[in-house]
Design a protein around this ligand. Structure first.
Ligand code: CA
Length: 364
């Protein structure tokens, strides 16, 4: 490009920028938006709660107040499981929750948190962003008047807290366990009685004996729930939520009324929080596992192959049962299974293969 045409083009660009800011100024002055966020997590709860609060603050900060968030923890405005209706109806603009809580409304929701024998955090990222996951999530959420984005991840969860050892699938029979999502359906197939309770109600039910077992997240999140007071056996790895995505679900009409810049800012804030929440869990889990064992006498146990084989068989049946619900369910299931096959094959050679070899050599 010669100097003259560069100056000419630069002049056009400057004029265009000036025109844009003239147009944008009144919109900014008039367009301050309030975003009420309701969440399923207790206030200041380490891990999930703090992460949700951090995201709310970041949206206000990143938009310099053009979108001002008002955050309500579980129970402060609506109950932890009532956030879906609050946002779908337009009473609030967004929820911070886990979409598998809505599997009773449509089984497809389970896939966008985590399903038994499903995808890890890294694998979920591949499905959601590059193998069709987000488009299907948009289709499902859109049918309920919502738009959802990932805003957190628990990583591979622990199998849960039990008041006795689980040495075979028979030991699961008759067990009353708090376990939501399709993981609960798997437990039902192996003979347990699953219940779904919001986080704030698990402890009292476990201590009173209303339930025998529960899962929650991992050592960092679980430490503060004090489940060890009623159940000493802490099992790994959880088959039910290998990469639990946390969802930032927004009212779709409200989302559609945002400017492109506002949408991109919320996307950036949300994706950044997903990364931070995962990193925070990975940074803290080993430390808190040690505290659970040393300070509270927690007994760490690994599910054996017999138990895991039973989980695997039940999981395949539970996943397949979602197909009959609707054409969209079948589409989500097929896409998910394709992605799992595709990505798991690569992970075997890369993340998993490398970790096993590194740890063997270094004795980790
Ligand atoms: Ca969980």
């Amino acid at each position: 490009m010669d100097r003259r045409s560069f100056i000419k083009k630069a002049g056009v660009a400057t004029a265009a920028t000036a025109a844009a800011s003239t147009l944008a100024a009144p919109a900014i002055a008039q367009g301050r938006k309030e975003m009420v966020i309701v969440s399923s997590w207790p206030r200041d709860f380490p891990g999930l709660g703090i992460s949700a609060q951090r995201l709310a603050q970041r949206i206000t900060d990143m938009t310099e107040g053009r979108i001002t968030t008002k955050y309500f923890a579980s129970g402060e405005r609506v109950g932890g499981f009532d956030v879906f209706d609050e946002v779908a109806s337009g009473n609030a603009q967004a929820y911070n929750s886990a979409d598998y809580y809505w599997k009773g409304k449509h089984p497809g929701w389970a896939f966008f948190t985590s399903v038994p024998f499903g995808l890890t955090y890294t694998e979920m990222g591949a499905w959601i962003n590059f193998l069709g996951g987000q488009q299907l999530w948009d289709e499902l959420a859109g049918s309920f008047g919502l738009k959802c984005l990932p805003c957190g991840n628990t990583g591979v969860q622990m199998g849960g807290w039990f008041n006795k050892e689980i040495e075979s699938a028979d030991d699961l029979k008759g067990l009353k366990m708090r376990i939501p999502g399709l993981g609960g359906d798997v437990m039902a197939k192996v003979g347990a009685s699953p219940v779904s309770l919001p986080g704030s109600q698990i402890y009292e039910n476990l201590v009173s004996g209303a339930i025998d077992a529960t899962e929650w997240v991992g050592p960092y999140n679980d430490y503060f729930m004090k489940f060890y007071e009623a159940a000493k056996y802490y099992y790994y790895p959880g088959m039910h939520e290998p990469g639990g995505f946390i969802s930032f679900g927004m009212n779709q009409k409200w989302w559609a009324g945002l400017t492109k810049s506002e949408q991109l800012t919320i996307e950036a804030a949300s994706l950044m929080e997903a990364e931070l929440q995962m990193a925070e869990n990975n940074a803290n889990n080993a430390t808190y596992l040690k505290k659970l064992i040393d300070e509270h006498g927690v007994k760490l146990r690994e599910f054996n192959d017999d138990v895991y084989d039973s989980f695997g068989e039940a999981s395949a049946e539970v996943m397949e049962e979602t197909r009959a619900h609707s054409a969209l369910s079948a589409k989500i299931l097929d896409s998910f299974i394709d992605a799992r096959k595709n990505v798991a094959g690569w992970m075997k050679l890369s993340d998993v293969g490398y970790s096993l070899k590194r740890n063997r050599v270094l004795g980790l």
